[in-house]
Design a protein around this ligand. Structure first.
Ligand code: C5P
Length: 413
């Protein structure tokens, strides 16, 4: 999980190096954004050392903006966590003002925002602060704490920042990332390949497939919503990474093959939604090829079949393939189900009016002894339906597993 940790200027900021360490221990990448007053309480040097990333604080820092603009940073975040959140930053968030980098980021992000307020108990009880808290809560922000106890100012009451361990536990829980802890796939790992691959001809040209990656990304999100740990191995696409998935970016079929096999050992369900290039140039030219001849011939060699190689493993996970075809969809899909030794295949027609790049899709799912058709619908809905079906078949075929109650209706077997 990518966390933008916003630190505002309260005395509890001295606990933030500890918080960064607790978040990183739980696997989060942490990018710190400080307000100017936070620097009065904790040094950027300490925070840079524990986070392993340069600290961001100034919206007008040209060098930092060139490396990763505040908009890119807003997109990068799976979560914006502000800890400590002072009365002042709460007021700025509630009013929608954006005078600095942190508040600008909060307006520009689609990621969830959580705040851990910390202030003197009388300030916390102040009706203006409480009104801001209610406004932020109504807008969907998570308010973590504050805690009750002795305060840095010598008083005792509600207003202490929650313990760093408690904050880290809260924001790194699957429920927080939108996954359901009691989802049917809780405790299972799902690996999804998505998008096209690019096979270089020379440094400026490549062979690829038409694929937006939308279906694979939607499946990764749907698997996460069912509680699974999700690994998404993605070819080059221009999509936002789905929340809660570990995303591995690759370019070529060979890289996708290697990235898949490096991670397959603990995978329960493998879903190959990528449009892998079946052939690649036998040699990629080191220099740009000049157009000196009227015709040219490229020698192509077969790329590894990732799906078939996973299905052939001794301890193969439940394997699901896709068959995107322009004709004889069902016949070709059945051939792949049998020849690649798959547990399930999702067949869909692609062409001028459907499939690639479209937001809607229809599909026919086939497995040994059953089938189910999905009418045309948004890819996100189709992905949710497919994941329910995949989970049902996974539990049905992996007999030793205890099958939770599933809400699949009318599977024709
Ligand atoms: O054989 P075909 O390419 O039509 O099969 C499509 C299915 O196989 C898809 O699930 C695709 O992701 C997968 N595939 C693969 N590696 C390849 C070619 C296809 O994983 N080299």
């Amino acid at each position: 999980m990518n966390i933008v940790l916003g630190i505002s200027g309260g005395i509890a900021a001295y606990k933030t190096p500890e918080l960064v360490r607790r978040l990183r221990e739980r696997g989060a990448d942490v990018q710190i954004v400080m307000t100017a007053s936070a620097e009065e309480f904790v040094t950027p040097t300490s925070l840079q050392a524990v986070s392993g990333r340069p600290i961001r604080s100034n919206l007008w820092d040209k060098e930092a903006e060139a490396a990763m603009s505040h908009i890119e940073l807003a997109r990068w975040a799976d979560l914006v966590l502000i800890a400590p959140a002072t009365a002042e930053i709460m007021a700025r968030l509630a009013s929608g003002g954006a005078p600095d980098l942190l508040t600008t980021l909060c307006l520009a992000t689609e990621a969830p925002i959580a705040i851990a307020p910390a202030m003197n108990r009388v300030m916390w009880a102040n009706p203006a602060v409480q009104a801001n808290r209610k406004t932020l809560e109504k807008r969907g922000m998570q308010i973590l704490g504050p805690d009750h106890g002795s305060q840095a100012c010598g008083e005792t009451g509600a207003g202490r920042m929650l313990d760093p361990d408690v904050i880290a536990d809260a924001v790194c829980s699957p429920e927080f990332a939108g996954a359901s802890a009691d989802g049917v796939l809780a405790g299972k790992t799902v690996l999804v390949t998505a998008g096209p691959t690019r096979e270089p001809i020379d440094p400026v040209r490549y062979i690829t497939n038409r694929s937006s990656g939308k279906m694979g990304y939607a499946i990764a999100a749907a698997a996460h919503a069912l509680g699974a740990r999700v690994i998404l191995i993605s070819g080059p696409v221009s999509l936002q990474e789905p929340r809660g998935a570990d995303v591995v970016h690759v370019e070529t079929a060979e890289e996708m093959h290697a990235a898949t096999h490096e991670r397959i050992a603990d995978v329960d369900i493998f879903i190959a939604a990528a449009a892998v290039s079946d052939y690649r140039p036998s040699e990629a030219s080191a220099q740009k090829i000049k157009k000196t001849k009227d015709t040219m011939t490229l020698e192509l060699v077969r790329s590894p079949d990732i799906l078939a190689s996973v299905a052939a493993l001794d301890d193969a996970p439940f394997t699901v393939g896709f068959a995107a075809e322009t004709e004889n969809v069902r016949e070709y899909a059945l051939g792949k189900l049998v020849n690649k030794n798959l547990d399930m295949i999702v067949a869909n027609r692609v062409g001028a009016d459907c499939g690639f790049d479209y937001d809607d899709n229809a599909a026919e799912v086939l497995w040994s002894g059953g089938e189910k058709a999905f009418d045309k619908m948004p890819k996100s809905e189709l992905a949710a339906g497919l994941m329910d079906l995949i989970a049902a078949r996974f539990f049905a075929t992996r007999g030793a597993e205890t099958q939770p109650a599933l809400s699949i209706v009318s599977i024709k077997e």
